[in-house]
Design a protein around this ligand. Structure first.
Ligand code: CO
Length: 174
């Protein structure tokens, strides 16, 4: 599985709810973790795997040897967010080489379904909460560039142009 890169339109499409909690979903989740670890990420959303589904995986440890940190969340939603916010540096596997500080609530409470469709409720804060919110944005077609400060948007513009250039070259060759 290859990670879908900006500006692939699949990153902006509507994502459908996960409805089948079956062996295909398990295989997809395994592939997503494999792609995430291979590209040194800590989270991956289904649209980044080319599938427009409301599914995300992450592991704050970013290490396959620490699989106890793995989370699989289907149809997640935020039911509470803290008024407190903070800034933290983020990257995104769909934007290799681009990093910027993003402001987000420091804590969220969420509801989701697990890999087997069982409802689950989690309280996530700090790094854990930040990764989750970044991945949840992907399920809404929101990308971290949308949340950057105006000065960061200017700073990273040449890198975005480079990605767009590569994308159209690859598409022309396909
Ligand atoms: Co991302």
């Amino acid at each position: 599985m290859e990670v879908v890169l900006y500006p692939d339109p699949r990153l902006r499409r509507r994502n459908a709810p996960v409805q089948r909690f079956d062996a295909d979903l398990e295989a997809l989740v395994r592939d997503m973790f494999e792609a995430m670890y291979r590209t040194k990420g800590v989270g991956l959303a289904a649209p980044q795997a080319g599938l427009n589904l409301r599914l995300l995986v992450y592991n704050p440890e970013g290490d396959p040897a620490k699989s106890q940190g793995e989370r699989v969340l289907c149809n997640p939603r935020i039911v509470w967010r803290s008024r407190d916010k903070d800034w933290g540096e983020e990257g995104c596997l769909s934007f290799p080489g681009i990093f910027a500080r993003i402001e987000r609530p420091t804590a969220v409470h969420i509801e989701a379904q697990d890999l087997h469709g069982q409802p689950t409720r989690l309280e996530l804060a700090d790094w854990d909460g930040r990764i989750f919110q970044h991945e949840l944005d992907h399920l809404e077609g929101i990308l971290f560039i949308d949340r950057m400060t105006p000065s960061d948007k200017v700073r990273i513009k040449p890198l975005l142009d480079e990605l767009a250039e590569k994308f159209s070259t690859a598409r022309a060759q396909a």
